[in-house]
Ligand binder design. Structure first.
Ligand code: SF4
Length: 223
């Protein structure tokens, strides 16, 4: 896949406009892993409430969380929404990591990157965005995270058209140096751009700090 030099330009423009975003909120790699599963289809405030419940109950570690009854786990993470589904997904992931690595689950991060990624993806309910978030933000591995904001921004500027999640991830990784700090910041900046400017219905192109990036938005009505 040919590198796309305009991606690094986008990062630099966003960093200049927004400054560092200080992601990911989480005190330990395990907390980040749990947060990555809980954040599916909800906002971060709800995830924080669920994590606060786990902390208050004293179960925010690998062995303690695996030892909980599924119903109790679901109840504790209720604020994150879809709590029965997310409890099952979390349990699937913890059981899979335990199956391969015992209590030393963080060994998964020492595998070659794509092997580690395949391992996380083998847990039922863990999709590529969750797996890449865990690798990047919990494991400190250079696996670029793609989300709906990333697709939206790039597509509106005529880039990455026709690529699926994995293709877009490969495009980013072929275009950027494999630096964890860069991947960390860039994803967070794209989320900020998507939330504050590149909104689903009405993008705020007129005031957007990257309105002239890559030739500007490809759709005239956005300008
Ligand atoms: S200029 Fe418009 S389309 Fe481009 S990123 Fe900003 S809001 Fe989105």
């Amino acid at each position: 896949m040919s590198p796309e030099p305009r991606l690094l330009q986008l990062h630099d423009r966003l960093l200049a406009a927004f400054g560092p975003q200080h992601w990911w909120p989480g005190e330990t790699p395990f907390e980040v892993l749990v947060g990555a599963v809980l954040t599916q289809n909800t906002n971060w405030g709800n995830v924080e409430r669920a994590i606060a419940n786990l902390k208050a109950r004293g179960v925010l570690d690998f062995a303690a969380l695996r030892g909980l009854e599924l119903a109790e786990l679901a109840e504790l993470i209720r604020p994150a929404g879809y709590y029965n589904l997310k409890a099952t997904r979390l349990r699937n992931l913890l059981d899979l990591l335990h199956h391969h690595h015992g209590e030393t689950w963080e060994e998964v991060f020492r595998l070659p990157l794509e092997t580690a990624r395949e391992r996380l993806l083998a847990a039922r309910g863990v999709g590529p965005e969750t797996a890449d978030s865990i690798l990047l933000y919990a494991g400190g591995r250079p696996s670029f995270v793609i989300d709906a904001y990333t697709f939206r921004v790039l597509h509106r500027h005529g880039l990455g058209l026709g690529l699926d999640y994995h293709g877009l991830r490969r495009l980013f990784m072929a275009s950027l140096p494999p630096k964890v700090s860069l991947y960390n910041e860039f994803h967070a900046l794209l989320v900020r751009l998507g939330k504050d400017y590149c909104k689903k219905g009405r993008p705020a192109c007129v005031s957007c700090p990257v309105r002239d990036w890559a030739g500007g938005p490809a759709v005239a009505e956005f300008v």
